[in-house]
Design a binder for this molecule. Structure first.
Ligand SMILES: Cc1cc2nc3c(=O)[nH]c(=O)nc-3n(C[C@H](O)[C@H](O)[C@H](O)COP(=O)(O)OP(=O)(O)OC[C@H]3O[C@@H](n4cnc5c(N)ncnc54)[C@H](O)[C@@H]3O)c2cc1C
Ligand code: FES
Ligand code: FES
Length: 478
């Protein structure tokens, strides 16, 4: 069944909106239509967390809660979800939620502008985890900025939640919400609003039919890049095809040789899958945007943007990943190394979409990755470097090195690799190889860093890799 009406739960009721504007953000809907102004707009680009709201959704018949940036989410993405705002947290008897109580008790708020966003991030944490250690709390809060209180009281408030039993009114209403979500979840969506269209197919078959009829439509995954065309550049996106409800794209396949990640898998889910295989991939992902960004953003979206500073790209390049793309003739496998053509250009032609990415697993290899950015959390890379080495008896058998932020596309350091391969793993070799950075790359000056800074950092990261492997230690100040 195809429907032109999105449906979601708000205030324990089903809300239906017929043909909504597909470019309207969830934040605009909340503030201007629902007239709920607790949720704030700070940056309108996913960077400050003031607009954080929580979406409840069903996963294997269980309710999970995701914090999102409502400023960069389009309204139709609410379809099939439970929308929870800061105004919904108080009980019917006007009692503060345990998170609100903790923020009051620990003086977690001053001017209050950021506070609803912090509360909502903490709410998602409170619902999803049983215990909250420092790592969970820091990750939870990494996408929320506060300019006056400082973070210590907020962290103390979060820690105090460990002693509270989750017995809030959401827990009590859980069965009711699950029933309502099951009731509304089933239709494919096709929206027509003035000259704009929005499609949310549920299967690859209908996706292909929609692409055929709308060859110029933009694919939407997490929207953490695409939506900024509307919220930041003040443009319009006429035709959107959302990939988020296509069941066949939401998969993870694993065996002892590789992991394959479908285009629909979020970066947050991916970080927990890759952790046991490549710890540094996980460490980089934990610094990728924020939980709000990773809850919706996808690895396929990151690949499709082909950004020279896309964080997963150098890592995937050094791991020799391949991309499966769906084009007119079916599924085609392209090594990622050959996928990026020039600045933000890839091998994808009109109507082609990324189906999955396949990552080889090499347990015998040394894998390390480093991200250099101005801020530790929630910042884009200045330079990102990734190293994947097979070393036997002190001899380098296979060196794979890739950098982001060093040229118009993320790419492998082929001359350095050549110099290192079949040589003895030694400090002298790496000191010599450093000098080839400028033969492999010619970075530019921009607002993030100068050309000279990038070259110096890239050289130092090569040496850092050497010293970490040579001394079997981590040289980090996390
Ligand atoms: C606050 C903030 C912080 C960020 N931090 C980081 C960071 O630390 N590191 C980093 O690398 N990036 C970062 N980004 C950038 C952004 O998260 C990435 O570009 C992201 O990976 C895009 O993925 P998405 O699923 O959101 O893609 P979308 O925004 O949905 O799409 C991006 C582009 O790819 C196309 N596309 C999406 N999916 C497919 C597909 N399956 N097949 C073909 N085309 C497709 C879309 O049409 C669009 O052109 C940040 C962005 C924001 C707003
Ligand atoms: S308004 Fe800053 S993240 Fe949305
Ligand atoms: S309390 Fe003022 S910005 Fe956080």
């Amino acid at each position: 069944m195809v429907s032109n009406t999105i449906q979601f739960i708000y205030n324990n009721q089903i809300c239906s909106i017929k043909n909504p504007d597909p470019n309207k953000t969830v934040l605009d809907y909340i503030r201007n239509d629902l007239k709920k102004i607790g949720t704030k707009e700070g940056c309108a680009e996913g960077g400050c967390g003031a607009c954080t709201v929580v979406l409840g959704e069903l996963k294997n018949s269980k309710l999970i809660y995701k914090s999102i940036n409502s400023c960069i989410s389009f309204l139709p993405s609410l379809n099939g979800k439970h929308l929870i705002l800061v105004e919904n947290l108080m009980s019917k008897k006007n009692q503060l939620h345990p998170i609100q109580e903790a923020m009051v008790k620990f003086h977690g708020s001053q001017c209050g502008f950021c506070t609803p966003g912090f509360i909502m991030s903490l709410f998602a944490m409170y619902k999803n985890f049983k215990k909250f250690n420092n790592e969970i709390i820091e990750e939870t809060l990494s996408g929320n900025l506060c300019r006056c209180t400082g973070y210590r009281p907020i962290i103390e408030a979060a820690k105090s939640l460990n002693n509270k039993k989750d017995n809030d009114h959401f827990k009590k209403d859980q069965i009711k919400i699950i029933k309502l979500l099951k009731k509304i979840n089933n239709n494919e969506i096709e929206i027509s609003y003035k000259d704009k269209k929005y499609f949310s197919p549920k299967s690859i078959n209908s996706l292909k039919k929609i692409i055929k009829k709308n060859p110029n439509a933009h694919f939407l995954s997490g929207g953490t890049d695409l939506s900024l065309e509307v919220t930041k550049l003040r443009g319009e996106i006429k035709n959107i095809i959302s990939l988020n409800s296509v069941k066949e794209l939401n998969f993870v396949k694993k065996n002892k040789n590789f992991i394959e990640i479908g285009a629909g898998v979020s970066l947050y889910d991916f970080q927990n899958i890759i952790k046991s295989h490549y710890l540094d991939f996980y460490n980089i992902l934990k610094r990728y945007g924020s939980v709000q960004i990773r809850n919706v953003g996808t690895i396929s979206g990151n690949i499709a943007t082909a950004s020279p500073i896309g964080d997963t790209l150098p890592l995937l390049l050094s791991l020799d990943a391949v991309v499966k793309i769906n084009n007119k003739s079916g599924l085609e496998i392209i090594p990622l190394n050959k996928f990026f053509i020039s600045y933000r250009k890839t091998k994808l032609k009109k109507g082609d979409f990324v189906y999955s990415v396949k990552i080889p697993i090499n347990k015998k290899n040394y894998f390390r990755a480093y991200k250099i950015s101005k801020r530790f959390d929630d910042d884009i890379s200045t330079v990102c470097a990734s190293f994947n080495f097979l070393i036997k008896n002190k001899r380098i058998i296979d060196a794979k090195i890739a950098y982001g932020g060093m040229s118009e596309i993320p790419k492998r350091a082929t001359l350095i690799e050549k110099k290192l391969n079949n040589s003895v793993f030694s400090e002298e070799l790496f000191l010599n190889a450093q000098n080839l950075i400028e033969d492999d790359f010619s970075p530019i000056d921009d607002m993030r860093a100068s050309k000279n800074y990038r070259i110096e950092i890239a050289r130092n990261l090569l040496m850092k890799f050497f010293y970490e492997i040579n001394t079997n230690s981590n040289i980090r100040i996390n």
